[in-house]
Design a binder for this molecule. Structure first.
Ligand code: CTP
Ligand code: CA
Length: 225
């Protein structure tokens, strides 16, 4: 057990963090989900609070309890997450989108529980890209950081996402290894900006959260120069 940094370098920041995995309803009892546990987003929320930030946590489905001391908004679907993020965006000085947002939603969720009858096709339609939308409409002083879950060509895909989404940085994660990343207490990745690629070796999500915030701090001091 190591001592985790606490301090005051985020006291002037309001950090909006999304965490967990969204759920898209198929019918009243079933959904399409993903393996996100919420751990990475929660670790960033805890670290930011320890360093003095006000934290707004927009939380989808998670497997662990929400950290104390944050302003928590609970959501389920990608559409609900989008609405919650847009509603609180103007309060944030830093946005970190750690949530695993569904790329597709069910075009028409059934209002009654579906019965088991023969083969079934469920029609999906794309969700809106929340990160891209907030990066486009933010106040220019607000830093926007995304995550990128990749299984191949990690850095190239990460760079493409940085550009496509117009964000200040992406934390690129290799999610092909089951010992790291999704639903694990450890993670590794690369903090990627247009200027730098900082490798973050395998470590606990709490330690990684600290490193991510160190890099965000660095981005902030450059932005102010
Ligand atoms: N994201 C989002 N809205 C979506 C999908 C993703 O805001 N509808 C955000 C995630 O929270 C993450 C970032 O975009 O911070 C990258 O997510 P990722 O799934 O890696 O990228 P996608 O753009 O969805 O591309 P793909 O899944 O096809 O690789
Ligand atoms: Ca995606």
């Amino acid at each position: 057990q190591q001592t985790l940094a606490s301090g005051t370098d985020f006291t002037s920041e309001t950090v909006l963090i999304t965490a967990g995995g969204t759920r898209e309803a198929i019918d009243p009892v079933r959904f399409i989900g993903n393996r996100s546990s919420g751990r990475m987003g929660f670790a960033i929320a805890e670290a930011a609070q320890r360093r003095g930030a006000r934290v707004i946590l927009i939380c989808a489905s998670t497997t662990i309890p929400v950290p104390a001391g944050c302003e928590v908004v609970c959501v389920s679907s990608a559409a609900e997450m989008r609405a919650a993020v847009l509603e609180r965006l103007n309060e944030a000085t830093i946005v970190i989108m750690a949530a695993a947002v569904s790329d597709y939603t069910v075009k028409q969720a059934a209002t009654q529980k579906l019965k088991r009858e023969g083969p079934r096709t469920i029609e999906l339609e794309p969700t809106q890209d929340i990160l891209r939308e907030i990066a486009a409409q933010r106040n220019p002083a607000t830093l926007v950081i995304g995550f990128a879950a990749e299984t191949s060509d990690i850095l190239a895909n990460g760079r493409a996402k940085l550009e496509r989404k117009g964000v200040d940085a992406v934390v690129v994660n290799d999610v092909s290894s089951s010992a790291l990343g999704f639903d694990s207490s450890r993670n590794a990745g690369t903090f990627l900006t247009r200027e730098r690629a900082v490798e973050i070796p395998a470590m606990s999500k709490s330690e990684m959260a600290g490193q991510i915030l160190d890099e965000v701090r660095r981005l902030r001091s450059w932005a102010l120069k």
